[in-house]
Design a protein around this ligand. Structure first.
Ligand SMILES: [Zn+2]
Length: 171
């Protein structure tokens, strides 16, 4: 793999978020580091998968509380990216407590458009937040725990359809 086009190190912020109304939300990852910032749009399923991958990666990790810093790289211009995610790879860095995200968009199939260095502490918080962001927005079915769409819900627990109005929810 060739050198990434951009790098973000010494992150100030790294978190998932969603915009829009329940059922029609758009999902993003936001990252800001020494060199600038990036907003990466992705599918909800990609965010859920990412969270699961992270949880597996950090499960056997015993260096979670070691703060990691990386050397600042000098760029003439600040990074300010708005991209649509095609794929990404997460891996442990050789430095303990540090993880690498290689982000690819449709124009960068072989070379990451950006590589983000994330500390173990931040990656752990990210995974927890990603689950919350994906789950919020729609009320959860009290029977099966799955989110209920505005048009209704097919509940596996009752083997049939439950409509939103059949159930009462907290606002
Ligand atoms: Zn249900």
């Amino acid at each position: 793999m060739s050198e990434p086009l951009n790098k973000l190190t010494n992150l100030i912020s790294f978190y998932p978020f969603a915009e829009g109304t329940p059922g029609n939300r758009v999902f993003f990852i936001f990252a800001e580091g020494s060199q600038g910032k990036a907003r990466i749009q992705l599918e909800k399923e990609q965010l859920i998968q990412l969270s699961l991958i992270i949880q597996e990666l950090i499960a056997d990790n015993n260096d979670l509380d070691i703060p990691s810093t990386t050397k600042d790289l000098n760029y003439d211009e600040k990074i300010n990216l708005n991209i649509q995610l095609m794929s990404l790879e997460v891996k442990k860095d050789i430095m303990p407590g540090l993880y690498l995200f290689d982000i690819f968009d449709s124009n960068s199939k072989k070379t990451p458009i950006i590589q983000i260095y994330v500390s173990a502490e931040k990656i752990k918080l990210f995974a927890a937040d990603a689950i919350k962001v994906c789950a919020s927005g729609r009320p959860l079915c009290p029977l099966c725990g799955e989110p209920i769409n505005p048009e209704g819900h097919t509940c596996p627990r009752t083997n049939g359809h439950i409509h939103k109005n059949d159930l009462e929810f907290e606002p």
